[in-house]
Structure formats: structure tokens, C-alpha cells
Design a binder for this molecule. Structure first.
Ligand code: FES
Ligand code: FES
Length: 195
């Protein structure tokens, strides 16, 4: 007995039509309307449609933190977020934290503390640190390490990243030496005497 033929030959399958819809995202203070498939992640919407390539794609599975951005001031992994869900939300990427002429305190601290090597994880680290500061929960070095443990650095720049974050958290010159917080003595200011 011959079985009924249930599949169309491959050459008769019509080409897939990708559904697309208008989505308006509020990123770094500006509205952007883009036409995307409903399954587009926020990460891909930012990088591929808005040309905001500061946010990096590492694992694309929520495991490395390279894609960390801020939504309503809270950090999220944008590779695990669907863009359509975040319409109307206040989205902030590394491009929105500061400008070349006016870096944010964290951006400046990362430079001052040499807190990167290849720099691939850096935007995610900075956004994560900003979110952590917004949360107001981390005060100690151990808490910062714990609360930023989702941000991986393949170069191993952790001591300097920690230094930079601690400095901004304490709003002063603080560094980490051999696992301990050390306050950097203020530079003596030169005063000109008036006779
Ligand atoms: S790319 Fe999103 S967590 Fe790795
Ligand atoms: S500086 Fe290279 S991955 Fe972190």
C-alpha cells in the first residue's frame, strides 16, 4: 500500500514573508519609529536598526552582560528583551550616558582607572555600574562584585573596573589594592602667596 503524499515539493513552497510592524522606542531622549519583526530583540533593534552599536552582543543568551542597557534607570540584558515590549519606556544606552566632551562620571572613572583592555565589555560594565548606583544597594567592594557578577570581562580587567566603580560610588579618590579599598591622598594644592 502506498502512503499518501503529504508534503509539497520544496520548489512549490512560497517564500516566507516576514511580518513587520511599526515600533516606537524612546532611546536616549529621542523617539525612533522602526519597522521590525515582532521577535526582534531590543539589542538587535538598537544595533541593527538605530545604529547604536555601543551596546555589544556577546553571548546573545543572557550570560555575559555585554548587552546591558538601562530601562527606566534599571539595568537589563537587552539580548533577552523583545523590542516591542519596551515601547514608551525610557531606554538609555552607553551613547546616552555622556558625550565625548562631557563624559559621565563613570566613563571618566573607567578611563582614569584604566578599567578596560579590549573594551568589548566596557559599555555593558558602565551601564551595569550606573544601574547599580541608581539602585543604591551596593556600598562595599564585595557588594559591587556580587551585584556586577553578571558582567563578564574576558580580559580580566576586574580590579580596575572595581576601582572605577568604587570611586564613583564614594564620590572620591578610592582605589582597590590587593582586594582592599585604599583612599588616595588628595594632591596638595599649590597656593600662590599674596604679598
Ligand atoms: S549578549 Fe546579552 S548577556 Fe551576553
Ligand atoms: S576589557 Fe576586554 S572584555 Fe572586558
Amino acid at each position: 500500500m502506498s502512503l499518501p503524499f503529504t508534503q509539497q515539493p520544496l520548489d512549490r513552497i512560497p517564500p516566507a514573508v516576514v511580518p513587520a510592524e511599526d515600533v516606537t522606542l524612546h532611546v536616549n531622549g529621542q523617539d525612533h519609529t522602526i519597522k521590525i519583526a515582532p521577535w526582534t530583540t531590543l539589542l538587535d533593534a538598537l544595533r541593527e536598526y538605530l545604529d547604536l552599536t555601543g551596546t555589544k552582543k556577546g553571548c546573545d543568551h543572557g550570560q555575559c552582560g555585554a548587552c546591558t542597557i538601562l530601562v527606566e534607570g534599571k539595568r537589563i540584558n537587552s539580548c533577552l528583551a523583545l523590542a516591542t515590549v519596551y515601547q514608551g519606556a525610557d531606554i538609555q544606552t552607553i551613547e546616552g550616558l555622556g558625550t565625548e566632551e562631557n563624559l559621565s562620571p563613570l566613563q571618566q572613572a573607567f578611563i582614569d582607572h584604566d578599567a578596560f583592555q579590549c573594551g568589548y565589555c566596557t559599555p555593558g560594565q558602565i551601564c551595569s555600574a550606573q544601574g547599580l548606583i541608581n539602585e543604591g544597594r551596593a556600598k562595599t567592594e564585595a557588594e559591587v562584585r556580587e551585584l556586577m557578577s553578571g558582567n563578564l570581562c574576558r580580559c580580566g580587567a576586574y580590579p580596575n573596573i572595581l576601582s572605577a566603580v568604587m570611586e564613583v560610588l564614594h564620590d572620591g579618590r578610592v582605589t582597590v589594592d590587593n582586594g582592599r579599598l585604599v583612599t588616595i591622598p588628595a594632591q596638595p594644592t599649590t597656593s600662590s602667596s599674596v604679598s
